[in-house]
Design a protein around this ligand. Sequence first.
Ligand code: 1HN
Length: 338
Amino acid sequence: MARRADADLIEALETARIHPLWDRYRRITPIRPDAPDDAGVWRWRDIEPFATRAAREVAVEDIERRALILAHPAFGGETVTTGNLIAAFTVLEPGDRAVPHRHTASAIRFATRAEGAVTIVNGRRCAMLEGDLVLTPPMCWHGHINEGDDRTVWFDAANIPLVNALHANFFEPGSRADNAFWEVDEGDERLWQEAGLEAEGHAHEAAHSPKFRYPGTATRRLLDAASPGADGAKTVRYVNPLTGGPVMPSLDCYARRLVAGKPTRPRRMLCSQVCLAVSGAGRSTVGEETFEWSRHDVFTVPQWSWARHEALGGDADLFVVTDRPARESLDLMRDELG
Ligand code: 1HN
């Protein structure tokens, strides 16, 4: 290729730590968002043997968390599931305690096979029954314990890649010797268990939801009662009861029921989504790819990818976690139906 007429100038500029805009304009301002990743699909049948191995081979006393993070190869070896988000499964053996810690990243747990496990969040005991969502908002202390007789596994998601991109991660380890951390009851979680009622005199300053545990029983009841939305699926949003907004300023959670025989309309959103199959089975088309999934499989919908979903053989429930509120607060959110 012929050397461009301004090549000497560009070289001189780069040496002087100055870049011309004119030769890299499209790289700096792409015509449209271009996620590096395509749909990622991780099957529970492939993950479970690794959960078993990790539980047998790695002592929880020696590590911070026994978490298996779903890493999409499009991120060049970085520990990222889809833009801004990581998703994982954490496994605990009976009696295991995952040491308390806190961090500026926002995280959630969704109980898949976690009966017997408990997460303590800022001094509140949060049970992890099937389908329960437990928030661990920014800088809230959290630790986990398996008090049951069986191995427990749950789904985790966090916005660690976003917080790291902003160079805003703080992490504070807790003490393994702090027995008082575990000796708590539900505490102030009781203030937020009754939908539509608010006890006066309990100030809540934080930007995140004052409610940390969203029981699966309530979610399933509301999904039963709800009607399908514009895209054809029933959607229940987990909200901060004080604001009606997202549970955390940079992480948002939804329960979605795909109704048998009613494929969703294609939809694309300028946010990342990680989808966990909670019950039933289905087929999704994300971008160019079509794949099937069943219970406890995980798949991603990268930002600005067209996605459509259908249940196979009866209704199917998805749990969806997104970075939507982070996009909204930057006035970048777009959401289109096809
Ligand atoms: C984390 O801090 C937890 O606090 C769980 O329970 C899973 C996966 C990746 C990075 C941090 C937790 C995690 C994690």
